[in-house]
Design a protein around this ligand. Structure first.
Ligand SMILES: NC(=O)c1ccc[n+]([C@@H]2O[C@H](COP(=O)([O-])OP(=O)(O)OC[C@H]3O[C@@H](n4cnc5c(N)ncnc54)[C@H](O)[C@@H]3O)[C@@H](O)[C@H]2O)c1
Ligand SMILES: O=C(O)C(=O)C[C@]1(C(=O)O)C=C[C@H](O)C=C1
Length: 276
C-alpha cells in the first residue's frame, strides 16, 4: 500500500516513522508547503519522496491529513476527485466541525481520527517513532464510511500498536475538551499569570516539578491550539465556566479559612488518580 502524508510535523512525521519501523507501506509519499519543512523532512529522511498533491492523489491508497484543524477544512476541496478506493483520513484534535465540512461525495472515504497522544513540540524535528505505540486513537462516525476504508484504518492503527475507540463526533468533542483542550487553556493561563507577576530570575530559581508539569503544554503551537479552541469554542466556553466555579470555590475556602472543607475538596480531587 502507498501512503501519502500531508503535513510532516509532530503527528505526520511520527506516523511516517512508525510506518517505516513496522514496514507497513510500500512507499511513503509526503507533501510539505514550506521550503524550510521540505529541507528538514529530507534531512530527517521522514518519507521516501516529497511530491505535489496531484501525485499523492494519483499514487496513494491512503492519504493522511496531519495539519492544523482549520487547514484540514480548507484542504478538503482539493480531494473531491479521489478514487472511491482511496482512503482519506484526518488526525485533527476536533472532529464535529471537520466531519460537517466533508462533502457527501467523499464522506464514505473520509475517516475522522484523533490519536490521543502527542507532545508540546511541533514541526518535523519533533517526530518520534514510538509516539503512537500503546496509545488510543478515537475514530468517529464510522457508520458513514465504507468498510474498505474502516478496515484499512483499523489495520494500520493496530499495526502501529494503537488501541481503537469508536465514538460519536459530538461526544468526542465534549470529552476531548475536558481531557485536552481545557487543560491546555489552563496551562497557557498559568504561564501568562506567572510571567505577569514574576521576573525570569525567580522563575528559574523556584520553578520545580509542580510548575514544570503544569506549564509543559504552554509551550505548544499557537496556530494549532487557536484553531482547536475556535473549532471547539462552545464546549470550551462551558468547560472554562465549570473550571471557574472550582477556582471560585477554592478562593472562597481560603478567604474564609474553611480548611476542613478545603481538605475534603482536595481528597475528592485525589481520587481522580484511582481511575487514571
Ligand atoms: N500535537 C499534538 O499533541 C496532537 C495530538 C493529536 C492530534 N493533533 C492534531 O494533529 C494535527 C497536526 O498537529 P502537529 O502536532 O503534527 O502539528 P505540527 O505543527 O507539528 O505539524 C503540522 C505541519 O503541517 C504543516 N502544514 C500546515 N498546513 C499545511 C498545508 N496546507 N499543507 C502542507 N503542510 C501544512 C506545518 O508546516 C507543520 O509542519 C493537528 O490537526 C492537531 O490538532 C495534534
Ligand atoms: O502530551 C501532550 O503534550 C499533548 O498535548 C497531547 C494531547 C493532549 O493530551 O492534550 C494534545 C492534543 C491532542 O489532540 C491529543 C493529545
Amino acid at each position: 500500500m502507498n501512503i501519502g502524508i500531508i503535513g510532516l510535523g509532530l503527528m505526520g512525521g511520527s506516523l511516517a516513522k512508525a510506518l517505516k519501523k513496522y514496514y507497513i507501506a510500500e512507499k511513503i509519499y509526503g507533501y510539505a508547503r514550506s521550503e524550510k519543512s521540505k529541507t528538514e523532512i529530507e534531512e530527517l529522511n521522514l518519507v521516501d519522496e516529497l511530491v505535489d498533491i496531484k501525485t499523492i492523489k494519483e499514487k496513494c491508497d491512503l492519504i493522511v491529513l496531519a495539519i492544523p484543524v482549520d487547514n484540514i477544512i480548507s484542504m478538503i476541496p482539493q480531494f473531491l476527485d479521489i478514487n472511491e478506493k482511496t482512503t482519506i483520513m484526518d488526525l485533527g484534535s476536533t472532529k464535529e466541525f471537520i466531519i460537517e465540512n466533508v462533502p457527501s461525495s467523499i464522506r464514505k472515504n473520509f475517516i475522522a481520527a484523533h490519536p490521543m497522544t502527542g507532545t508540546e513540540k511541533s514541526g518535523p524535528k519533533a517526530a518520534i517513532d514510538d509516539l503512537y505505540e500503546g496509545k488510543t486513537v478515537v475514530l468517529c462516525n464510522l457508520e458513514d464510511n465504507d468498510n474498505l476504508h474502516v478496515n484499512r484504518a483499523f489495520k494500520i492503527f493496530q499495526e502501529i500498536g494503537m488501541r481503537i475507540v469508536v465514538m460519536d463526533a459530538n461526544e468526542h468533542d465534549v470529552h476531548a475538551c475536558y481531557m485536552s483542550h481545557l487543560p491546555h487553556a489552563i496551562s497557557f493561563s498559568l504561564a501568562n499569570t506567572v510571567m505577569s507577576r514574576e521576573d525570569p530570575k525567580s522563575i528559574i530559581a523556584l520553578a520545580a516539578g509542580g510548575f514544570k508539569d503544569m506549564s509543559r503544554v504552554a509551550k505548544s503551537s499557537p496556530k494549532m491550539w487557536s484553531d482547536i479552541f475556535k473549532q471547539n469554542r462552545k464546549n470550551l466556553l462551558n468547560a472554562i465556566d465549570q473550571f471557574e466555579i472550582q477556582m471560585k470555590e477554592v478562593r472562597d475556602m481560603v478567604e474564609n479559612e474553611k480548611y476542613e472543607d478545603l481538605k475534603k475538596w482536595m481528597r475528592k480531587a485525589n481520587s481522580l488518580h484511582e481511575i487514571l
